[in-house]
Design a binder for this molecule. Structure first.
Ligand SMILES: Cc1cc2nc3c(=O)[nH]c(=O)nc-3n(C[C@H](O)[C@H](O)[C@H](O)COP(=O)(O)OP(=O)(O)OC[C@H]3O[C@@H](n4cnc5c(N)ncnc54)[C@H](O)[C@@H]3O)c2cc1C
Length: 475
């Protein structure tokens, strides 16, 4: 039986800033496990709960890049999403289907709603932007753009990926509407006409997404993608189990790890097994591998291996892979590898020159629009986030190793400028990239949210017990 609802003054509150997958699932874990005297406030500046950048799309062609059986929001219930999708989307859903991301957004919201129903009166949704945080006795006050402040005993930053960086050595005011600096905001692509041509800078998942958005809006022109390596994400395929081979004394070096992976891939091929099985076999160990690398090795990985790792690890759904192949075969999509050397806007077009990675010659593209699809920026010293600037100025946070995300302790507590773990400020998901590397997708984030929920609730219980002792002493 539930406890009587506590008097408001007894409430302990946890504020989560960011209502994407990480924030919404952490809130639902807290509501499911917390007592009625625990209040959860979810602060999100845009849209509905659970959507974030990834799941707010309305385009059916934007598919999950992970199959349904691996997308459960609950770490201890692997088929939770498959069951939900059969009930709410189609009873034909199979565990290895790649479903539309908009369906997944509904699932995350519905998972949160279920948790709210289990613990009514304990949840508050705030549609606002958090601008700054002031440490206060037993927690902190969060200041919101619309003016009010929220006191919380613990604050979790679930901010997702940072927005893309500037790719061109030009000030924003030197660029016209022909350059789109960030493809994610709603209506970002609105000015593009069906007969135009576009250059997408980057050829990873963001570019693939933007190409699908353009085609879904009736865009019939040519799409160019330009990235340093000119590599497109690989395509998903059903894989068989392969024993993980990472536990090797030499894998503390990137070179040894790459050599080991190549050997494993060759061994798998001899047994008619696909390279994807080998990549997937080390996925559960990716965080341990990253942590075992000394700093120079992590740097080496970023410089020499990251581009190849990204396209093999972050693969597109089979349907998307087939679409890309068709687009390239009919000449509507062209991939270029090279470095941009010049960018010039004319009255009716843009000219981009690049040095081709293959033959080393200068090449020129003349297009109507250029879209920055380089993907999330890793560095938290990003002028576009007032909240991060405020926390950095107050020295409450510091950049993660190699300026990847934010620096965190094992339990997700943020480290301040001196490296001390905060007792009220935490983060979850992509901002933990510097410490964990593999922390951007659902299978990793759901484990983090469930562990963080346990940690936060335990902390609140301890605080409650301490307060009770103090109250008795005063009486
Ligand atoms: C296009 C795309 C497709 C993806 N597909 C998959 C997939 O198929 N499978 C998979 O496992 N992973 C996928 N991912 C990875 C994805 O990162 C995670 O699945 C997950 O969505 C991350 O959620 P998040 O809540 O951490 O971040 P986000 O979804 O980015 O949410 C962060 C939220 O914080 C809000 N916010 C930020 N700052 C503030 C502030 N100051 N005040 C208030 N609100 C704020 C933002 O508005 C945003 O809604 C995809 C990612 C992208 C970008």
């Amino acid at each position: 039986m539930r406890r009587k609802i506590a008097d408001k003054s007894d409430w302990f509150s946890i504020a989560i800033i960011g209502g994407g997958f990480s924030g919404a699932i952490l809130a639902s874990e807290l509501l499911r496990a917390g007592s009625r005297a625990t209040r959860v406030v979810l602060i999100e500046r845009e849209g509905c709960p659970g959507r974030g950048v990834a799941y707010s799309t309305h385009i059916d062609g934007h598919l999950l890049n992970v199959c349904a059986q691996n997308m459960s929001a609950r770490a201890n219930d692997p088929l939770h999403f498959v069951r939900w999708a059969r009930e709410h989307y189609s009873d034909q859903v199979r565990p290895n289907d790649y479903l539309p991301r908009r369906v997944y957004g509904k699932y995350v919201e519905s998972t949160l709603c279920e948790a709210i129903e289990e613990n009514p009166g304990s949840f508050e949704w705030k549609r606002d932007e958090a601008l700054s945080i002031t440490p206060a006795k037993g927690g902190a006050t969060i200041h919101l753009r619309k003016g009010c402040g929220i006191h919380a005993h613990a604050v979790v930053l679930a901010l997702g990926n940072f927005p893309p960086s500037d790719v061109l050595p030009l000030e924003r005011n030197e660029l016209s509407r022909r350059f789109i600096p960030n493809p994610w905001p709603v209506n970002a692509l609105d000015g593009i006409r069906p007969e135009d041509s576009v250059l997408l800078i980057g050829s990873g998942l963001t570019s693939v997404d933007v190409a699908i958005s353009l085609r879904a809006s009736g865009f019939a022109g040519k799409i160019h993608m330009l990235s340093r390596h000119g590599l497109l994400p690989q395509t998903q395929k059903a894989t068989e189990q392969w024993p993980a081979a990472w536990d090797h004394p030499d894998t503390r070096r990137v070179r040894s790890l790459v050599r080991l992976m190549r050997k494993e891939v060759a061994k798998a091929a001899e047994q008619n097994k696909d390279w994807r099985s080998v990549i997937d076999s080390i996925r559960p160990f990716a965080q341990s591998i990253w942590r075992s690398f000394p700093q120079p090795e992590r740097r080496r990985f970023l410089r020499h291996v990251r581009a190849y790792w990204d396209v093999h690890r972050h693969r597109v759904a089979p349907e998307i892979g087939r679409l890309l192949e068709t687009e390239m075969a009919v000449g509507r999509l062209q991939i270029h590898g090279g470095r941009i050397t010049a960018y010039r806007e004319n009255s009716d077009s843009v000219e981009v020159s690049y040095r081709d990675r293959g033959h080393g010659e200068l090449e020129k593209l003349r297009i109507d629009y250029v879209i920055n699809c380089t993907g999330p920026h890793d560095d938290c010293r990003n002028p576009n986030s007032p909240l991060l600037s405020d926390l950095l100025n107050q020295k409450l946070i510091r950049p993660g190793p190699l300026f990847l995300g934010l620096d965190t302790a094992e339990n997700g507590a943020l480290l301040d400028a001196n490296g001390a773990a905060s007792d009220f400020l935490y983060t979850v998901g992509p901002p933990r990239k510097g410490n964990l590397w593999e922390t951007t997708a659902v299978p990793e984030i759901r484990v983090q949210t469930s562990e963080l929920a346990v940690h936060l609730l335990l902390g609140l219980e301890e605080q409650r017990a301490e307060n009770a002792v103090l109250e008795r002493a005063v009486a």
